[in-house]
Design a protein around this ligand. Sequence first.
Ligand SMILES: Cc1cc2nc3c(=O)[nH]c(=O)nc-3n(C[C@H](O)[C@H](O)[C@H](O)COP(=O)(O)OP(=O)(O)OC[C@H]3O[C@@H](n4cnc5c(N)ncnc54)[C@H](O)[C@@H]3O)c2cc1C
Length: 400
Amino acid sequence: MCGTMKTEETDILVIGAGPAGLIAARRAAEREADVVVLEEHEEVGQPCHCAGLLSLKGLERLGIPADGPYVQNKVKGAHFFSPSGLSFTIEKNEPVACVVDRGLFDKFLAKKTTEAGARIILNKEVKSIERGEREVTIQTEKERFNAKIVIDAEGVSSRIIKALGLKPIDRDLVLPGLQYDLGNVSIDPRYVEVHTGRKIVPGFFAWVIPLSENIVRVGLGCKGANPKELLEEFVRRRFGDENILVRGDVRSGLIITSGSINRTFDDRFLVVGDAAGQVKPTTGGGVILGGICASLAGETAAEAVACEDCSALFLSLYENLWKDELSKDFRTMLLARRVMNRLSDRALDKLFNIVIKENLQEFFSAEGDMDFQSNVLLRLLRKKEILGVLPSFLRALIPF
Ligand SMILES: Cc1cc2nc3c(=O)[nH]c(=O)nc-3n(C[C@H](O)[C@H](O)[C@H](O)COP(=O)(O)OP(=O)(O)OC[C@H]3O[C@@H](n4cnc5c(N)ncnc54)[C@H](O)[C@@H]3O)c2cc1C
């Protein structure tokens, strides 16, 4: 069977046409590498699992326009709600984020990637990977590809990374998520909502993301509970059960809160995006930070090909670059997620009380950054009022 298989040669083969794979492929192709992207689905951007909330700063950093046809709305802030309904608002004067249709967003990225010279081949599931001295061999159902370097952008599934013996993301910290769009509601379209509390959503939070004054994307992630039942209950509590209209599909997906994996390179191999856990553990958002890492991976891989050195030593440059820029943020966000997960609803309410009493929302509004959260989080966690709410074992985790 293998003997009759068609074999294609390429410099760089990318597994997965999600945002991380497409961004890595585009960057490598822009640097003259021969790049092939293999995607198992028949359409880029489908099925869609994402809420699509992306910071404007992050998009700018990635060189992605914030006014493309995929943009559904722009928001300037967020209302946060405690278990008992206390709330505060963090906001800027101008929009800080946009809500995108991820299907259209990914298709836009695919177009740019193709224009840069990469080839995206759909309906091609990578079934196996084998690393040799001089190349990596990838097999799909009917074809074989030999590549100098493989970039693994397979998302949360971790099949490829496991096949190569690297340590994947910690499955205990991957949570089921569920969301849908609702019509016939009434909402201020400039603010998203974040609802916390063990009773409402154990282990994570619920979100309401406005698409307009009448349409919202509502969803949640949770641990150890049934997301469908929790979401139905949340929607009933937040919007009442009259006249609410579910628009389109109910979408499920896996939210990564584990932080990044330790090693993201090997001989002729790089890992990017969700597959590498390059996702904010506080919010589960992975498009921007995963995209930044993917850019670095694409650039490093193209350089390795040009220098004819695809060794682990050369490719470790990628990990040094992304860790220099992001590892402090990933570590701090993971710490904040751990703290949040261990707080009782009473302690969470106390925390909200302190934020409101001390007017800390002003500090968040002035200093906060949707993606690079470590600065604000560390300053917050070190405040004596906040420390007072935390049990001693959590206080011990905070670096001073
Ligand atoms: C409910 C939910 C809401 C979210 N909301 C947000 C949000 O608001 N903002 C945000 O930034 N992030 C959000 N995220 C996270 C975001 O969706 C991911 O971080 C992002 O999609 C990661 O991109 P990726 O390219 O690494 O992986 P993916 O987007 O998962 O892409 C991986 C691709 O690889 C393909 N693939 C996998 N295995 C193979 C194989 N063997 N052969 C060929 N192809 C393969 C898959 O089909 C897929 O297309 C959310 C996630 C969930 C679950």
